[in-house]
Design a protein around this ligand. Structure first.
Ligand code: PEP
Ligand code: MN
Length: 337
């Protein structure tokens, strides 16, 4: 339920309504607008005494939230969520590019990539320390040693970092190193992991599950926000379809659909979507033209010898060229890069 306070409502009246809602067992989410304050009340609506709340001083109106994603949706909050990570803002008029290798392999190679993607204009450095591989025999990541290498690369370059967590037991460890916690496609419906990430203060990059509908994806975001962390960045990384020409099928329509349904920023991962480096540039361009807030791209100095996802990784020089080619497209849709 959304409780719309009148424009003349005082702070005390807002607080009183919030207090009453908590007494009734609701979690409250006030949004202080320029003109009006609205309070999202999330809980079992059968317990909501609407008459009592409607009659409280300062209350103008009660409106039910129709969508199942109450906090991720636009009914409660229409203004876009802009996530600030130091001086990097995701969801505004800046197009944010995250880049780096699939996995952190060793310090020298990771640092080399970090310096190059920064020079090309990336703002956030990606790299996996815990790798959710299809095969248990494939490289699983350097774990905490990888996180230490990431932190050193941040120190050396000033880039922010994003890395994946795959287990609830590692959330505290990963969030103590990273600037953004990544939840991978395979874990999009690992609800305990979502809640655990939601209990941190770090922004969460939530990848769309391989077979998840947009509504299921927004419900996964809802878990994180309901657990107390409103900074969710959605990431479309391709879904499973009957098509086998690419690793997955990039659902570019997710961009306008998400923009209509949610206030959360959305970034596109053309690397995992296609599985082939040569398709990364055209889809990155398409994503920006379609209104994405950013991109996450795999870059490796020696793709042929990468321990993970070499075939879809761009060499640093190709990445730098792509960044230049993105500029006019970003400008055309009113974004800076
Ligand atoms: C990744 O970003 O390295 C990754 C494993 O991605 P996804 O979860 O989208 O497969
Ligand atoms: Mn990868």
């Amino acid at each position: 339920m959304i409780i719309i306070m009148s424009s003349s409502a005082t702070r005390e009246q807002v607080d009183n309504v919030e207090r009453k809602l908590s007494e009734l067992g609701f979690k409250t989410h006030p949004i202080f607008g320029d003109i009006k304050t609205v309070i999202g009340a999330i809980g079992d609506k059968r317990l909501l005494n609407t008459q009592l709340i409607s009659n409280m001083p300062g209350v103008e109106n009660l409106v039910p939230i129709m969508k199942p994603y109450k906090l991720a949706g636009k009914e409660l909050k229409q203004t876009p969520t802009i996530i600030e990570i130091g001086d990097v803002k995701i969801g505004g008029d800046e197009l944010v590019v995250m880049a780096g290798p699939c996995a952190i392999e060793n310090e020298a190679n990771f640092l080399e990539t970090a310096v190059k993607v920064k020079e090309a204009g990336a703002k956030i450095l990606r790299g996996g320390a815990f790798k959710p591989r299809t095969s248990p025999y494939a490289f699983q990541g350097l774990e905490e040693d990888g996180l230490k290498i990431m932190a050193a690369a941040r120190e050396a370059t000033g880039l922010k970092i994003v890395t994946e967590v795959v287990d609830t037991r590692d959330v505290e460890l990963v969030s103590s190193y990273t600037d953004i916690i990544q939840i991978g496609a395979r874990n999009m419906q690992n609800f305990r992991l979502l809640q655990e990430a939601g209990s941190t203060q770090k922004p969460v990059l939530l990848k769309r599950g391989l077979s998840a509908t947009i509504e299921e994806w927004l419900m996964a975001a809802e878990y994180i926000i309901a657990a107390g962390n409103k900074d969710v960045i959605l990431c479309e990384r391709g879904i499973r379809t009957f098509e086998t020409a690419t690793r997955n099928t990039l659902d570019l329509s997710a961009i306008p659909v998400v923009k209509e349904a949610s206030h959360l920023p959305i970034v596109i991962d053309p690397s995992h979507a296609t599985g082939a480096w040569k398709y990364v540039a055209p889809l990155a361009k398409g994503a920006i033209a379609t209104g994405a807030d950013g991109l996450i791209i795999e870059v490796h100095p020696d793709p042929a010898n990468a321990l993970c996802d070499g075939p879809q990784s761009l060499r640093p020089s190709k990445f730098a060229q792509l960044m230049k080619e993105l500029e006019p497209i970003a400008m055309a849709v009113g974004k800076k890069i």
